[in-house]
Design a binder for this molecule. Structure first.
Ligand code: ATP
Ligand code: MG
Length: 434
């Protein structure tokens, strides 16, 4: 026998047993975003590598070491071979698509997308090489009202999902110019303390000094704590934007913690940045992260356009649903059709289609592949159906059907076939109410 081929480390199947939770999560998000007036956009999973270099930034973890780059290929029409990468995140592709389709210039857009992202990281709980994000991006709205709306969507989503213990961390990075000035201060400060920097931070000192603030290394803690405070160097417009955002959140009753060390790993952010964090998932506690990226559209070739968005880590939220034992609605069938004998098997196929015509919501699994009565009843039980519909030779003769409850104590009953649809309609109503 040939050796089994296994999935790639850090890339997982989502098996049928997990599907109800994923579907509950996805449909809740989809419905919620529709109620706020957001439209879906779908982008390719592969983009030119240059897009991510330009958008995410050359000296970020993602671009430096986490991208899966495909072998360059020439177009069939000839032309230059170019490098392609599996997308590590969605914002770059969304902005690229928006500019390309003329969706961004001089208009407002509220968009969302969902799908797999790829990063070559060390796999661990809550951190994978293929993982899923649902991203939400808005364009053309400069004021803090849209920042507040995006945060309110998060808060409402946790409530609708039944999740507790997710806290909001908030910061402002200021305008790009203010950030550059602050960056200079940081370089001076950390250069004066070179001897206390760890290897990573030495490397970051001249490429991306803000990232030093994000260092998880305990030996760096004191040095980082005494670093110049970004908030004292915010430009006045950003300070005003940040103050207004806080007052809007207060007005909506959304609590937050201002974290001046929150800098985010991607270069394109300016002004507002935020993270939704839980302490129930160990060190992979950030379940959703985002902020404002007013410079990115221009950086990718569009006209200057304000923009703000966030992305959730779906696997981490699914883990949290499991940790907090949130029950997703089961996807069990309503009925399983057992057909005893050749004549019944044939009649049963038509009956099933007639029932589906009459009751489009009915979840009906027909026995396929034959089997005696006992085998079929076992399949019915395993299917999770509430009721077995039994069509045998006796039933066929009398134009009847037998209904046997599988999950409750109720009695087995016989019904004339002509009353079956009406009876099942009531059954569906009852399960919907539960
Ligand atoms: P982290 O600090 O955990 O590496 P990040 O700053 O790299 O996160 P973002 O690029 O902001 O993450 O992505 C948004 C969200 O996507 C994260 O908050 C997280 O929930 C999720 N996420 C990011 N990387 C992974 C991964 N490798 N596996 C699973 N989820 C991830
Ligand atoms: Mg990361």
């Amino acid at each position: 026998m040939a050796k089994n081929i296994q999935s790639i480390r850090g890339m997982h199947d989502i098996l049928p047993e997990a599907a109800p939770t994923w579907q509950f999560f996805e449909s809740t998000v989809r419905n919620l975003l529709a109620t706020y007036g957001y439209s879906e956009i779908r982008m390719p999973i592969v983009e030119q590598t240059d897009l991510f270099k330009r958008a995410v930034g050359e000296v970020t973890d993602i671009v430096e070491k986490e991208m899966y780059i495909l072998e360059s290929r020439r177009d069939t029409e000839g032309g230059e071979a170019f490098s392609m990468a599996l997308r590590p995140e969605g914002t770059a592709g969304c902005v690229r698509a928006g500019i390309q389709a003329g969706l961004i210039f001089n208009q407002q857009q509220r968009l969302w997308y969902a799908g797999p992202m790829f990063r070559a990281e060390r796999p661990q709980k809550g951190r994978y090489r293929q993982f899923h994000q649902i991203g939400v991006e808005t364009f053309g709205i400069a004021g803090p009202d849209i920042d507040a709306e995006l945060i309110a969507i998060g808060a409402r989503l946790w409530k609708q999902l039944g999740l507790k213990n997710i806290h909001l961390e908030l910061n402002s990075l200021g305008s790009l110019e203010a950030r550059h000035a602050y960056r200079q201060l940081l370089v001076e400060y950390f250069s004066a303390h070179q001897d206390q920097l760890d290897e990573d931070s030495k490397r970051r000192l001249h490429t991306n000094p803000l990232r030093i603030l994000d260092s998880k290394n305990p030996t760096m803690r004191e040095l980082v704590a005494a670093a110049p405070n970004l908030h004292e160097h915010l430009d006045s417009e950003s300070a005003e934007h940040f103050a207004q955002l806080q007052s809007m959140l207060d007005g909506m009753g959304i609590s937050y913690r201002i974290n001046p060390r929150l800098v985010r790993g991607l270069d394109y952010y300016s002004r507002t940045v935020f993270e939704w964090v839980t302490d129930e998932l160990g060190s992979q506690g950030t379940v959703c992260a985002g902020g404002r990226y007013d410079g990115l559209v221009e950086q990718l070739g569009g006209r200057p356009t304000p923009a703000c968005g966030f992305a959730m880590g779906v696997e981490r939220l699914i883990l949290l649903l499991e940790t907090q034992a949130v029950q997703a609605p089961a996807n069990n069938p309503d009925v399983f059709l057992v057909m005893a004998g050749d004549a019944a098997a044939k009649a049963g196929l038509s009956l099933a289609e007639q029932l589906r015509d009459a009751l489009p919501d009915l979840r009906l699994v027909s026995n396929c592949g034959g089997g005696n009565f006992k085998t079929q009843m076992k399949r019915a039980d395993k299917s999770g159906a509430a009721v077995a519909l039994i069509l045998g030779e006796n039933e066929l003769e009398r134009a009847e059907i037998t209904l046997k409850p599988l999950r409750s104590e109720g009695e087995q009953i016989n019904l004339p076939l002509c009353e079956l649809a009406a009876h099942l309609s009531q059954l569906i109503e009852k399960t919907k109410q539960h």
